[in-house]
Write a protein that binds this ligand. Structure first.
Ligand code: FRU
Length: 689
């Protein structure tokens, strides 16, 4: 049956919604949405069938979900709307799904709030309580909830901003008859986030000009008429599209308030795909001025074996198709933006003849004799423009450019492939915009090469935190700024092998700013409400690292859901300290801190299922120094994710993992160099949703 037809009955009227409820009832009662009970906690029965169903993270009962939308608090309820495809488990037919919670822990699923119709998808956006009824949508003296979202036109390259309102606590919504409320005739103009600006007594909207890597600011007296007042960007990380901005004042611990501008970016995030960056600064109601961004770090190129530098022809590489010509390029080709960042005089540049020509370039076989393969790469971010590592004819690692002619280092951790014979293949099977790839200097070495770090502040260094956006209208007595993000990554989101749902949200987190010698930094802490989940408690206080190792080895948690808090001391000089989360034979996820690098990493290369997409396996790194010889970590482990809050939430890493069902074990491994190292406190809670 063509489900969509049901929704196209008319433009605005009630008939659409009546049909909708009829349909939802039918679906719910037929058991198609097997998990559509009013809480997010599946029964044991569904657990068996859905081994990776998160137990304390929000998931849709079934089908596809991406960004959190319309987050607003009203009359005791936290609303969570979300990008939802009611008709499939991949991205498409975007509508707003809906759930509410009274405690940020348990969620009640509600019917779809805003449905795609008339060839307009409902893209990301926000919602506010219109306390002063500036919109006139209020009823009987009660303020309306107003949603501000992007209408994405499926039959023409257009995105504009639209509104809808609700007079019944968000249960039903009416699209405004005067939509769109903001249209500048652009194809990439999306994700409006609106808030009431006290200083100027008017609404402010931040909205992304995604392809131009800019945030625009608009103001309005009534949510219906919008006036452009300023812009921000590009700056910080700007290699990919800018999406889902958010802007809010935030308390500084120890006193004061500053403004924080959130800008999500895809690709070009901290692990390559999607990521969430922030800027700290001042906002006067029209203009955002960012504090200086952190200093950048120099490039690092380890010594090792150069597999190819493309200085003297393609040598042993086999050329197929037209895209690569007969010899490497010496730089920018006719009609191309300036190509930069390659080494020496030659590089692979498949812009020969423009974007249109296609082809492949395949290396001779070689042995993987070191831990990392690094390479400079630029050009298209498409799955059809890529560099593959192949073993036995199978693609085991892959990389793309980031829609920039600037080549940057990327690398693969190939420890798991040591000793194998492999070949490299540069693939160009795309002919449209960014249908080309630039590659140079492929290097096999013990360490990974790194490009100079761009001046950027990442909210999360893991692979799976995107579209982070905060709740509106949290009561003043509460005073917190709360947010969460979509716990996936556009690089592989459509392929994550869960069923019948796809994607989860991160846990809700409280935001503050902390003063550091480098400037103000965003701090995230899991919301205190999550303590409700705590069951059996295990604690070790003041022990040597050796004793802590033994204690952890003996710990046999019954629950697969864990909260872990640990504080190490006197470890500033330790070579390396690793906490292994063991989920099966030869299956583990590793959180490692290295003093020499001042770095925390999360390694999911052997975390369980990683083979469903070549970009999934990986080690994700974050800068982290010990503070007065101490290292503090807080971890939340669900059935298929791991969130690490280090140094009281100064550094956060969120990663999906898809482990087997074996009981969970923890293992501590301790490098040399800190004879007085201690565990000051170690607590493990078994969680019970
Ligand atoms: C971000 C995003 C938004 C858009 C939505 C569409 O993940 O691309 O920019 O509004 O997803 O689903």
């Amino acid at each position: 049956m063509n489900h969509l037809k049901l929704w196209k009955v008319d433009g605005q009227g009630n008939k659409v919604r009546e049909w909708f409820y009829f349909w939802v009832l039918l679906i719910f009662s037929s058991g198609w949405l097997s998990n559509a009970q009013p809480t997010n906690a599946p029964t044991l029965h569904t657990l068996g069938r859905e081994p990776w169903r998160p137990q304390f993270h929000f998931t849709p009962p079934s089908q596809w979900m991406n960004d959190p939308n319309g987050m607003v608090y009203y009359e005791g309820e936290y609303h969570l709307f979300y990008q939802f495809n009611p008709f499939g488990d991949r991205w498409g037919h975007m509508s707003w799904g809906h759930a509410v919670s009274r405690d940020l822990v348990r969620w009640e699923h509600l019917p779809v709030a805003l449905i795609e119709e008339n060839d307009v998808m409902i893209f990301s956006g926000s919602a506010v309580v219109d306390w002063k009824n500036t919109s006139g949508f209020g009823l009987n003296g009660r303020p309306p909830l107003v949603a501000i979202y992007t209408g994405h036109f499926t039959k023409k390259p257009l995105q504009n901003q639209q509104i809808a309102f609700s007079n019944d606590r968000g249960r039903t919504w009416t699209k405004y008859s005067g939509n769109p409320v903001l249209d500048v005739n652009m194809a990439d103009f999306r994700d409006p986030k609106v808030f009431w600006h006290e200083g100027s007594s008017r609404w402010v909207m931040t909205v992304a000009l995604a392809a131009e890597k800019k945030v625009h600011f608009y103001t309005s007296p009534n949510l219906k008429q919008w006036k452009y007042v300023g812009e921000f960007g590009p700056t910080g990380a700007a290699a990919g599209l800018w999406e889902c901005p958010d802007l809010f004042p935030l308390s500084v611990e120890g006193g004061g308030t500053k403004w924080v501008l959130i800008v999500n970016i895809n690709p070009g995030g901290p692990t390559g795909g999607s990521g969430c960056q922030y800027f700290v600064g001042e906002f006067d109601g029209a203009k955002f001025t960012a504090d200086p961004l952190p200093a950048s770090r120099a490039e690092f190129v380890p010594s090792g074996k150069v597999i190819a530098d493309f200085e003297a022809g393609y040598l042993g590489w086999k050329v197929e198709g037209e895209a690569f010509g007969t010899a490497p390029a010496s730089g920018t080709l006719p009609g191309q933006q300036a190509v930069a960042g390659f080494r020496g005089l030659g590089l692979v540049n498949s812009f020969k003849g423009g974007d249109r020509p296609q082809g492949t370039l395949t290396s001779e076989p070689f042995d993987i004799t070191a831990a990392h393969i690094s390479f400079l790469i630029g050009g298209g971010a498409l799955p059809e423009t890529r560099l593959d590592l192949r073993v036995d004819g199978k693609v085991v690692r892959t990389a793309t450019g980031r829609e920039s002619e600037q080549l940057r280092w990327q690398s693969w951790d190939v420890r798991a492939l040591l000793g194998q014979r492999a070949e490299l293949q540069i693939v160009d099977r795309a002919s449209g915009g960014w249908g080309h790839l630039n590659v140079d200097h492929i290097l096999l070495a013990d360490e990974a090469a790194r490009s100079a770090i761009e001046p950027v502040l990442w909210a999360d260094y893991g692979a799976d935190f995107y579209a982070g956006v905060s709740w509106s209208d949290i009561p003043a007595q509460d005073g917190r700024r709360l947010w969460l993000g979509w716990m996936s990554n556009w690089s592989y989101a459509n392929d994550v092998p869960t069923s019948p749902w796809r994607s989860a949200m991160s846990i809700p987190r409280e935001l503050t700013l902390q003063r550091t010698p480098e400037g103000l930094r965003l701090v995230q802490r899991p919301v205190r409400e999550l303590a409700k989940l705590r069951g059996k408690h295990h604690r070790l206080a003041q022990a040597t690292l050796a004793d802590a190792k033994i204690w952890l080895a003996k710990l046999k948690p019954e629950s697969r859901l864990l909260e872990i808090a640990v504080e190490f001391e006197n470890i500033a000089t330790i070579e390396d300290l690793a906490l292994r989360f063991i989920t099966g034979e030869n299956e583990f996820t590793v959180i490692r801190w290295q003093s020499g690098k001042n770095q925390l990493s999360l390694d999911r290369t052997r975390s369980g299922r990683v083979d469903f997409h070549p970009k999934f396996a990986g080690v994700h790194e974050a800068p982290l120094a010990a503070r007065e010889g101490r290292l503090q970590l807080k971890l939340f482990l669900d059935t298929s994710s791991l969130e690490v809050f280090a140094s009281e939430g100064n550094v956060v890493l969120t990663d999906l993992i898809l482990p087997s069902l074996a009981p969970r074990r923890l293992e501590l491994s301790v490098g040399a160099g800190a004879p007085d190292g201690q565990v000051r406190n170690l607590e493990v809670w078994e969680l019970q949703p």
